[in-house]
Write a protein that binds this ligand. Structure first.
Ligand SMILES: [Zn+2]
Ligand SMILES: [Zn+2]
Length: 177
């Protein structure tokens, strides 16, 4: 994923990579890659500025936030990054101001690494609350049955969201009075 600036001169350089996902280290992640990460695009050079425009494709295994089942998800995302020579990198104090500018990276004037931008783009493309299906029925909060597979025999009144239970109890007490 490292390219020499001299190879980009002129026409630019086509990038077509198939990377082993183990080269990306994600902290506190709850997903796994099920296939290699594909990166396609083009590096171009304008003056000292290097541009990369392309697409990333990755197949990952996520855990459904409702039913806790593993499912396979295909991530396809565009990537657009600019690389400035490292001497243009702002000082520590200035970095905070520029932190929102996710699409700017730095290079040492000789070689350009796509590693960091690809990893960052993957992180923002992976859903925080993944669902196996938009209509996933989740688990019964009482017996744990996966309600997508079959209905359980728990009475409906205990299948309510556990966070609402105190309210429901109050309702029952009022009904008895
Ligand atoms: Zn689900
Ligand atoms: Zn149940």
């Amino acid at each position: 994923m490292i390219f020499e600036k001299q190879d980009i001169l002129g026409e630019g350089l086509n990038v077509d990579l198939c990377e082993d996902p183990s080269c990306f280290v994600f902290e506190n992640c709850d997903f796994n890659f099920s296939d290699s990460v594909k990166i396609k695009g083009r590096l171009t050079l304008t003056g000292e500025l290097v541009y990369f425009r392309g697409d990333i494709t990755a197949s990952i295994i996520l855990t459904c936030a409702r039913c806790l089942k593993y499912f396979n998800s295909l991530i396809q995302t565009a990537i657009q990054v600019d690389f400035l020579p490292r001497e243009n990198k702002p000082d520590e104090e200035e970095i905070e101001l520029e932190a929102s500018d996710l699409d700017i990276y730095y290079y040492d004037n000789v070689s350009i690494s796509l590693f960091e931008p690809v990893r960052d783009q993957l992180i923002i493309s992976i859903p925080i609350k993944p669902l196996c299906n938009a209509n996933c029925s989740g688990l019964c909060p009482h017996c744990g049955q996966n309600l997508n597979e079959k209905k359980c025999k728990c009475p409906d009144d205990i299948k309510i969201d556990p966070r609402l239970t105190p309210l429901e109890k109050l309702k029952h007490l009022k009904e008895k009075q």
